[in-house]
Design a protein around this ligand. Structure first.
Ligand code: AMP
Length: 367
């Protein structure tokens, strides 16, 4: 159980592990609430360094540097789930780390994540843990094809993943993911993909944003549409799943839960695909369509502040600017109902997230 601390005073210092765009937007939100921000990241071109009061350019296993970082900050959070477990353990022993190291450990390993979700009775695709190529054939005798093979660790944007349509695909799929510990799971014939972004405070209070509907191109998130095209019952069921997960992890901060929505007669079965213990790309729409966005909500939660209202005052379409899309920013900047968010990255590369645009439309029935 988390110890409920007094709210962290403005002027205190928040440490962020990871210097990407999520760290940058967290730092900006923290600055708006009067906090100082220190960012720790081994990449000298980190977008978050440009908006932080202090940058720590060190490897995540440099304990001396981590010690100084912990000493100089009042609380530490992270912007990506692949923070090494020993880094999280080292920092947790010295200072408050949110979300907790246990949640991080579960979210960074797909097998641990599946076992955890199973323990909470939340529906997921039938799966099996894989450590050798022979395990795949054995597992698929039960699970059947089509199936998806996913490396247990470090997978993102469809990387470390291979679809198995028939048993003949097994050796190629195993090679494709790099012959590493993995899970294999049933292919879910979903209608749409949604995500729920939820904030949980130190006292267990929770505030969820409306589910967003996610559209991918080349396995990378391209757009999030809000409201999602789902029934009210599915909306509430998705929120309930997110709350169950956040409670079970004794979570503090923003948690993202990705779900597959299927189509069955009279209802829409939901399967959790993935959880992310951090602010999430599919929550960027909240910056311009909600009273308190995901970044401020995360800072409020970890600092023991009351959570803000997550009410959506507008419908939204969030469009990622990926690679060359970046050059379209002047077009979007000239449109009245579009907010442009750029990450300060100097080099445009194929597949690289350079920024995003939120198109909003206020509506009378805003939740
Ligand atoms: P992930 O890295 O697990 O988020 O997966 C990336 C994408 O692959 C998802 O957004 C889905 O479009 C697809 N995918 C992953 N797992 C499955 C599955 N079990 N069934 C169908 N599609 C999947």
């Amino acid at each position: 159980m988390n110890k409920v601390l007094a709210p962290l005073e403005p002027g205190s210092t928040i440490g962020i592990l990871g210097g990407g765009q999520l760290g940058r937007m967290l730092a900006l939100a923290a600055a708006r609430l009067g906090f100082s921000v220190h960012v720790f990241c081994p990449d000298e071109n980190s977008p978050a360094f440009k908006v932080a009061e202090k940058s720590y350019l060190f490897d995540y296993d440099d304990e001396k540097a981590l010690g100084r970082f912990a000493q100089a900050t009042d609380i530490i959070t992270y912007e990506f789930e692949n923070v090494p477990a020993h880094t999280a353990a080292y920092l947790s022993a010295k200072t408050a780390l949110h979300p907790n190291a246990g949640a991080l450990k579960i979210a960074q390993d797909r097998l641990a994540e599946r076992e955890f979700l199973t323990s909470t009775d939340i529906a997921i695709a039938p799966y099996a843990g894989i450590s050798r190529v022979d395990d795949i054939e054995k597992a698929l005798a039960e699970i059947s094809t089509p199936a998806v093979l996913k490396a247990s660790r470090m997978g993102y944007d469809g990387k470390g993943q291979a679809v198995i349509k028939t048993f003949d695909d097994i050796p190629g799929a195993w090679e494709k993911i790099g012959c590493v510990a993995a899970i294999v799971e049933a292919f879910i014939p979903f209608e749409r993909e949604i995500s729920v972004i939820i904030a949980r405070s130190q006292s267990g209070e929770m505030v969820a944003f409306d589910p967003g509907e996610n559209k991918h191109v080349n396995h990378i998130l391209d757009q999030t549409l809000v409201p999602a095209n789902i029934s009210d019952a599915t909306h509430h069921a998705a929120l309930k799943i997110a709350r169950t997960i956040a409670d079970a992890l004794d979570y503090v901060g923003i948690l993202a839960v990705e779900l597959f929505v299927c189509n069955a007669p009279g209802y829409e079965p939901l399967y959790v695909n993935e959880i992310a213990p951090r602010v999430h790309n599919s929550g960027h729409w909240t910056q311009d369509a909600c009273h308190t966005d995901q970044f401020e909500q995360h800072i409020r939660a970890i600092c023991g502040w009351p959570l803000g209202a997550a009410h959506r005052h507008s419908d939204a379409v969030m469009k990622n600017l990926i690679g060359d899309d970046y050059y379209q920013w002047p077009k979007f900047a000239a449109l009245g109902n579009h907010n442009v968010h750029l990450y300060g990255k100097t080099k445009v590369r194929e597949g690289r997230k350079m920024g995003h645009v939120n198109q909003t439309k206020p509506h009378k029935k805003a939740t």
